[in-house]
Write a protein that binds this ligand. Structure first.
Ligand code: ADE
Ligand code: ZN
Length: 327
């Protein structure tokens, strides 16, 4: 079997996918028409042509604008259902899916509309596709601690519909400590904890995510390699990193995939995983991330493929008994 076949066919988990980042330009146009929302781009191709990013913020601006077409529960369902069908086709057995409620509640969309639509897709995915999926609520770090606490309050009536919380959006200037008290409260509530750290921000933010927020996984985390002591700690404590290679190139964290350090992370003994982040914006879903990364890095072979897939299941938040059946 060829390496590309192995990468596509092997069972895997996806642990870093923003559901709003799976909103394809075609669906943006369809929802804009259905909901009577004017778009600043005349055609799908014009919109896609605007996906030329120079850094995280230049992406976020267009990503939040795209999410503005989502209005009804059915819209949120349609977005998540499209992702889950794609996940199924790519042999993703389990997905832990981020959603950004504040992107919608700030526009006047009720929290219930968002989570009811997403939850309906997650349940149907389990039943009809056999894809296990769970939701992780992300706080937008460019907004205030107070706004995060208010979002948590709104979410609590739906506590059984999401498994944990994360932290995303503009990293630089919005360090983990801004959300230490919110995360402490989430921890008391028994929620699983993750945070984006060390994507654009410094390695110090990874320490703070671990020590102040007490997260169990780091999203991205690629800048840990600037600090050998941190690399040793991540490896020793088996703290998983959810790495997103195509995202890193599109957001200019690395100049190209040949410069990506996923091979170094694995070689250092870190439980790294491969993920798609925002596949509709970054040029590929999960298998495309695996294929392009392995094509660009000749040191990666079948052994690394197996390790990455195994890491993805081990780093997931499913029950240990379920995990044992997968690994
Ligand atoms: N929201 C969606 N994608 C993100 C990323 N790569 N970093 C931070 N926030 C995000
Ligand atoms: Zn992300």
């Amino acid at each position: 079997e060829s390496l590309p076949d192995i990468l596509c066919r092997m069972p895997k988990a996806e642990l870093h996918i923003h559901i709003e980042g799976s909103l394809e330009p075609e669906l943006i146009f369809a929802l804009a028409t259905r909901n009577n929302i004017p778009l600043p781009y005349p055609t799908v191709d014009d919109l896609r042509a605007a996906y030329a990013f120079t850094d995280l913020q230049s992406f976020l601006d267009i990503y939040y604008a795209g999410a503005g077409v989502l209005q009804t529960e059915d819209d949120f369902f349609a977005m998540a259902w499209a992702y889950l069908k794609r996940a199924k086709a790519e042999n993703v057995r389990h997905a832990e899916i981020f959603f950004d409620p504040q992107t919608h509640t700030e526009r006047g969309i009720p929290f219930a509309t968002v989570i009811n639509g997403l939850d309906r897709a997650v349940r149907r995915g389990r039943e009809e596709l056999g894809v296990s999926a769970a939701l992780i609520l992300c706080f937008l770090r460019h907004l205030s601690e107070e706004a995060a606490f208010a979002t948590l309050e709104e979410a609590l009536p739906f506590r059984d519909r999401f498994i944990g919380v994360g932290l995303d959006s503009s990293e630089r200037g919005n360090p983990p400590e801004k959300f230490a008290r919110v995360f402490a409260r989430c921890r008391e509530l028994g929620l699983r904890l993750v945070a984006h750290a060390g994507e654009e921000g410094p390695a110090g933010y990874i320490y703070h995510a671990l020590d102040l927020l007490k997260v169990e996984r780091i999203d991205h985390g690629v800048r840990c390699l600037e600090d050998p002591l941190l690399v040793a700690r991540l490896a020793e404590q088996r703290i998983p990193l959810t790495v997103c290679p195509l995202s890193n190139v599109k957001l200019c964290v690395f100049p190209d995939l040949a410069a990506h350090t996923i091979g170094r992370l694995l070689a250092a003994g870190i439980a790294a995983t491969i993920n798609s982040d925002d596949p509709a914006y970054f040029g590929g879903y999960l298998n495309e991330n695996y294929l392009a990364t392995f094509a660009a890095l000749p040191d990666l072979g079948a052994y690394e493929a197996y390790r990455l897939a195994r890491n993805s299941f081990q780093a997931s938040f499913v029950d240990e008994s379920v995990k044992a059946g997968w690994i």
